[in-house]
Write a protein that binds this ligand. Sequence first.
Ligand SMILES: C[S@@+](CC[C@H](N)C(=O)[O-])C[C@H]1O[C@@H](n2cnc3c(N)ncnc32)[C@H](O)[C@@H]1O
Length: 281
Amino acid sequence: MDQAEISLSNREFSRIKTRVYAVAGIALSDAKRTLVISRLSRIVRALNLPSFDSYIDYLECNGAAVDSQDFVNALTTNLTRFYREDHHFAHLRSYIAGLIGTRPRGSRLRIWSAGCSTGQEPYTIGMDLLTAFPELKRWDFKILATDIDTAVLAKAAGGVYPASELAGLSPERLRPFTSLGDGTISVPETVRQMVSFKPLNLIGHWPMKGPFDAIFCRNVAIYFDRPTQGNVFGRFRSMLAPESFLYIGHSENLGSGGEGFRLVGRTIYQTSAISSKQVAA
Ligand SMILES: C[S@@+](CC[C@H](N)C(=O)[O-])C[C@H]1O[C@@H](n2cnc3c(N)ncnc32)[C@H](O)[C@@H]1O
């Protein structure tokens, strides 16, 4: 065992699972035990606490908001990359080409990347669409990018990544990035300006009204249990415009949240032509 690691009893593990499920909807499996030990030991030591039990007591009784946030940040899984699940971007391009053909120039266009991690997903959406349709620069086009993990949001807002993250991208896809000469690259300013990064817990209150023309929520619900997944996907329905699209991760499905959606492609769902309010009425 790592010197900095503290032993974790079954009871302590169960308390940690209960807490992360209650605050973030994340259902930790028993297979995550080692990960929990390695990620939380550092925090427990930094707080000068003797055990995981005393750490959970501390969070429950007198922990500051920053400590609760550190707990959640430590237990999220943030794996992501540029152009992940490429077929979604091909579908989005053909959908947006259709909107450009039917909506007046300068129209509103809103896309939500829910569970955006370090930002590669919303930046891919922005870069891909601006490259394909430069006229979108004159639209009221904004991307909302949210995550529960404030540490990843801080990285995302910087828009700077190791150059190695671009390995394998085509010359056309590489073109918009700027090399900063120190082994890092940055996303273009025009794209950074259209993406707003905000903290948001998908199992909590959503302050925005929508409607969105597309929602990407990929590889996020995989960490939730079935009832939470159904609930979150169902809530997306009421945030989406009629005949708009929800893109989910390759191993996910809508489960009980599928009402009002139809599957139109691999992990791509479309809302019906009538609004969710009419469905609910
Ligand atoms: C594996 S990443 C997915 C990133 C990106 N969507 C992709 O597919 O590449 C999952 C993200 O979901 C976020 N997440 C987990 N639970 C969440 C919750 N309750 N509310 C909002 N975001 C959550 C995590 O912080 C993490 O950044």
